[in-house]
Design a protein around this ligand. Structure first.
Ligand code: DHB
Ligand code: MG
Length: 257
């Protein structure tokens, strides 16, 4: 048989011996790449291998009625690795939810490191508090309850007065309409080398809708443009598919003080 045509055909995955299922994913909508969620489950099993503390976080989130909008396990591990690769000691997160991404990042920190995480919903903050305490990282995590803008303003003041060091890594994952303002404030408490990551910058392609009346889309568009234009940042955005649909992260590094 002439195999040259067969070799050009895409691999047939439909007869795969395994159909991985995730012990963790709380899936987003199908994005027309039905295997993407299965690949995420495979990656989770093969390489991420989350400990039982992550399933416990999701269980309490579910029981508490929190929305299933946390990052996937593969994305959480990616955040952990960004903290490790950057050698970050002081991490800032905006948008705690149940503390799932917080826990991934906290695992990467030595005892002298810490995370400040901002949450506006007191119920979410309470669920996160018990999750992070139960997972054994509670002492590393300072959950600040209140509007992100106000919390960031007080953190700017703490850094300005020397009461705290600048942040080494920042993860923005709250309301996307607020991202432009959050980025402005974040830029007042970073140093050259600080890494800034933004979640959900693609939104099923919604980021293309220049005339959108969705404040989150407009927030993401402005947030990306600000990073592209910023004299102190080098930045990109990387699209993702998987258990959390079609979305993406922005990634930036601060180049100057
Ligand atoms: C939403 C928010 C998120 O941070 C996310 O990762 C997915 C969805 C939302 O508000 O719909
Ligand atoms: Mg998000």
């Amino acid at each position: 048989m002439d195999t040259s045509d067969a070799e050009r055909l895409p691999a047939d995955h439909s007869s795969a011996a395994e159909t991985p299922s995730s012990s963790l994913a709380r899936p987003g909508p199908d994005v027309g790449a039905p295997e993407a969620a299965a690949v995420d489950a495979y990656v989770e099993q093969a390489v991420v291998r989350p400990g039982p503390e992550f399933a416990a976080v999701q269980r309490r989130a579910e029981e508490g009625g929190l929305p299933a909008i946390e990052v996937s396990a593969a994305q959480g591990k990616h955040l952990e690795l960004m903290v490790r690769i950057s050698g970050a000691r002081q991490v800032l997160e905006v948008g705690t939810l149940a503390g799932f991404s917080t826990l991934w990042m906290a695992r990467a920190l030595d005892d002298d490191g810490g995370i400040v995480t901002c949450e506006v919903e007191s119920h979410h903050a309470a669920v996160a508090r018990s999750n992070l305490d139960a997972a054994g990282v509670g002492e590393k995590v300072d959950i600040r309850l209140g509007s992100a803008e106000q919390t960031l303003q007080s953190l700017v003041e703490e850094v300005r007065t020397g009461a705290r060091e600048p942040f080494d890594l920042v993860f923005l994952d709250a309301d996307k309409a607020g991202n432009p303002r959050y980025l402005e404030l974040v830029m007042e408490m970073v140093r050259p080398g600080t890494v800034i990551i933004g979640d959900n910058v693609v939104r099923d392609g919604g980021v293309l809708e220049a005339d959108s009346d969705d404040p989150d889309i407009q927030g993401i568009r402005r947030f990306l443009t600000m990073q592209g234009e910023h004299p102190r940042l080098e930045a990109t955005a990387v699209q993702t598919v998987g258990a959390k649909s079609w979305d993406g992260f922005s990634l930036a590094v601060v180049t100057r003080g």
